[in-house]
Design a protein around this ligand. Sequence first.
Ligand code: SF4
Ligand code: SF4
Length: 261
Amino acid sequence: TETMRRGVFICGGATFPKDAPTSSLHAHSAAIKTAKFLMKGKIVKDLKVAVVNEDYCGDCEFCPVTCPYGAISLMPKDNGHFVARVSELLCEGCGVCVGSCPVGAIELSHLKNSQILAQIRALLSVNEASKPLILAICCSECGHAAVDSSGMAMMNYPANVRILKVPCTGILQVQHVLEAFKAGAQGVMVIGCKPEGCHYGTGAQKAQRKVELAKKLLSEYGIEPERLEMLNLVYIEGDQFVEAAKKMTEKVETLGLVKLA
Ligand code: SF4
Ligand code: SF4
């Protein structure tokens, strides 16, 4: 019954065709959620939002159509051009717009691109494991929850796998993948929600397209594209994460060290 818009709940035939008893159950659930929402008395909104550098914005219109929350609009400037503006009230800080901007004009206030790159370098700077380093870029929803659930179930994943948590895999840029290989990763895994269950709408689908693009670029640089893969999990699939991490480790061991052209 929940929707992408905070405080808007739907039920019954508004979701998909269903019989009367099921509709009634959904209506009950929507009423409870609505009451809980209203009883809080106020909406608390943190300021983890996207910020546009207006000097860089080229008015390309990608980000307004990309934002799953409709938080970006194009506003006229004095010179007859337009510039992207983010509504702090609507923005949920997912970063999907960041991954879509071709000129790097949008950043998250709480996770700038330079910070992501610095985290990638830091995570890969030390390797005390005897195995080749692998970077796992996980969304903060199902991706990271699946990694957590593997730990809670006492399943061991290889110590050579380093976890980088981002709000949504939709923030992924090809630059992040290249930086990882430059910093010594022998494999990169991008772990997000199932496309149909992505908490930020189309974030996981957008990440998949970036992964495909990055694979092509890796080939150009003489790096085997199979060193990069995307995994779509639900939060309880810690076992699948562990299995994929082990398989990736075995694969890059077989491939040997990355040879940068
Ligand atoms: S961070 Fe997410 S919610 Fe905020 S403007 Fe960008 S795409 Fe929209
Ligand atoms: S995607 Fe980037 S360049 Fe295009 S409108 Fe948005 S901020 Fe401006």
